[in-house]
Design a protein around this ligand. Structure first.
Ligand code: NAP
Length: 322
């Protein structure tokens, strides 16, 4: 039996590579030269793409693969895939929701606590042998007096809020709609929420609508005691404005797991010792990444088995494979 062709955009976990090797004829972008200049006989054979966001799976690439039926994205955020175009052209895009929610929420609380109590800088104080010469200074920030506003009260946002309840801090959220059965204070204006709280936690997806939603005006509204935590996507924060705001005391600090041009992180941010900067590790445990990998496999095998995919994205509702 001839195996269907699958285009792989970059290295994937062994759990995925094993399964796709068994089921598909795997073509690796980096072995084919330019992604947008794949030879027609190979392009015609491709029915699936497996991607971890290494390259953009845009309309140009998908148009060049006339028999493409499924793009399986490793990650709940699928901003590197043009899902709207895929939906209009009968291609199903899948992502990996839920299996990473609790892990990312755990990481967010770690990032928040590290930032307000300067735990990264305090650890460096010890490791650099400075403790015998003097205690690490008292931190001006504490979670005890803070009120937190969440941007993006979705799956992960709710898991973050649930944890924050145990920390006893007031919780608000900004969104496009008030959610029934949610006990937190709702704001339909981000500026309004930023004026009312002193800590913003962003867990928004990277879309055209969320691009630079956190800008200088929002940071001014947050004020000089303000802390910005970003676990969602780097593009949500105007990074140049953030640097300026931090350098000029418009806000006090930031904890970032994601960056606008990652893996590039501006020297100005690295130079600010008080900040907590993580290299996009929100979901990065073996346990959770394997769960995400299994979901990528399950979606791809649903295609070859003529079954509904477990997790299509909203832009590409499943209507059958034919
Ligand atoms: P989700 O359940 O879809 O939640 C996203 C939330 O954002 C929803 O409440 C949605 O509101 C809101 N939202 C979307 N666009 C908006 C806009 N323009 N204005 C206001 N609110 C908007 O997704 P999730 O599973 O929680 O994941 C959220 C994001 O986290 C992912 O897209 C990904 O980018 C990021 N993430 C990062 C890491 C990491 O390692 N740092 C790991 C996993 C995920 P509606 O209900 O109105 O659509």
């Amino acid at each position: 039996m001839i195996k269907p062709g699958l285009l792989q955009t970059g290295p994937l976990l062994p759990i995925i590579e094993r399964a796709i090797g068994d089921t598909f004829t795997v073509r690796r972008v980096w072995e084919l030269g330019e992604a947008n200049a794949i030879k027609p006989e190979i392009a015609n054979s491709i029915e699936a793409v497996a991607t971890g966001g290494q390259i953009r799976v845009d309309a140009t690439l998908m148009r060049s693969l006339p028999n493409l039926r499924i793009v399986a994205n490793f990650g709940v955020g699928y901003d590197s895939v043009d899902a709207a175009w895929a939906g209009q052209n009968g291609i199903v895009v899948t992502n990996t929701p839920d299996v990473l929610t609790e892990e990312v929420a755990d990481t967010t609380l770690g990032l928040l606590l590290m930032t307000v109590r300067e735990l990264g800088a305090a650890e460096r104080h010890l490791r650099e042998g400075k403790w015998p010469a003097g205690n690490y200074p008292l931190t001006p920030m504490t979670l005890r007096t803070r009120s937190v506003g969440i941007l993006g009260l979705g799956r992960i946002g709710k898991a973050i809020a649930h944890r924050l309840e145990a920390f006893g801090v007031p919780i608000s959220y900004f969104g496009r709609r008030k959610q029934p059965d949610v006990p937190y204070t709702f704001y339909d204006s981000l500026t309004g929420m930023a004026e009312a709280v002193d800590t913003l936690v962003s867990v928004l997806p990277g879309t055209e609508q969320t691009h630079h939603l956190i800008n200088m005006d929002i940071m001014r509204a947050l004020g000089p005691n303000g802390v910005v935590i970003n676990i969602g996507r780097g593009s949500v924060i105007d990074e140049a404005a953030l640097i300026e705001a931090l350098q000029h005391g418009v806000i006090l600090s930031a904890g970032l797991d994601v960056f606008e041009f990652e893996p590039e992180v501006p020297d100005e941010l690295i130079a600010m010792e008080r900040l907590t900067l993580l290299p996009h590790v929100g979901s990065a445990s073996v346990h959770t990444r394997d769960g995400m990998g299994q979901l990528v496999v399950d979606n791809l095998l649903a295609y070859t088995g003529n079954q509904p995919p477990p997790t299509p994205v909203p832009e590409t509702p499943f209507n059958g494979w034919d």
